[in-house]
Ligand binder design. Sequence first.
Ligand SMILES: [Mg+2]
Length: 376
Amino acid sequence: MKITKVEGFHLRLPVVEERCDGTQDAFIVRIHTDDGLVGIGEVDSSPHVMKAIYEAPMSHTLCYGLSRLLLGENPLDVERLWDKMYRGTIYYGRQGAAIQAISGADIALWDILGQATGQPVYALLGGARRTHLRPYGSVLFGETPEETARIGASLVEQGFTAVKFGWGPFGQSEAGDIAFARAAREGLGDEADLIIDVGWAWDVKTAIRRVRRLSEYRPAFIEEPLPADDWDGYARLTDAVDIPIAAGEEECGRLAFRDFMDRARIDIVQPDVTRAGGITEMKRIARDAADRRRIVINHSFTTYINIAASLHVLATLPEAPFLEYSMAPSAIREEMTHETFPVENGLVALPQGPGLGVHLDEEVLRRYLVEETVAE
Ligand SMILES: [Mg+2]
């Protein structure tokens, strides 16, 4: 089998607002083969940058665009192709955007491998240890504590047993943080798990004080209280408090995650399968995490391609307490795939078809398409 065509699609909502919501645009990868199998993947990054990384011509043997590296290759050699893409982009890659771009192709290759073998991806990753994941509804804080409480109550009503509030007005003052956390807890009631994504708003001393102060509202974990690069701050914080600290959505590649776990000593790592290096690299990151007794929770704030890929990986891990599940009201997220992975009895089921088990709605893809790259 040979790869005959590599496509990248940049989708964008008609109005994109300045808020921390990755569902407002998308970069979708589609890989075609000579025997008719087609795999899809996604990258959560700047679609414009991703398009450039796919279509760049070769500069020299350590500096290729990804499409050129993939054309003519056997798509079933997934790990060999991961290493080929890593090596072939190393003059501008190694971390960041190039690893993000590789993620999209890697997910599409796993989709093809699953279809070619008639197996869901999780079966090829060593086998599922669970049939369902427990999602937490992932939302931004309301503009006010009252709105935050209403959002929480409505998510519990929709069947969620855990909710994460993030960013927005949180983190500006102690009084404000207490008011928002209390309102979130009141909205959720006593039973549901509350998760708080601080969005980098604190420094380390504030974080130590504030995490202790907010423990009254029983957060299951606290995410990104410090700037992503403050690894020493994370180490001081995790040593000082009992509530688990989570971070890592900005990290790309297993080497970065290994350093992050060892130096920042965080309790929960949050690789995004569409950024951290795809399914291949997320499995490697998860192995490193398990060896260090750390928990992996996916970061996912884009489409159901991301959710499907995350489900396949999380299903195979020794521990997987949660699935991040974006509730952003985006037509790209809600309509671009035929499958939408609904929450039923508080749980999300693994996809069961061969491959990723998620399929593009071509008409919706074209509706939000702003530019594409095609190599064949
Ligand atoms: Mg986050």
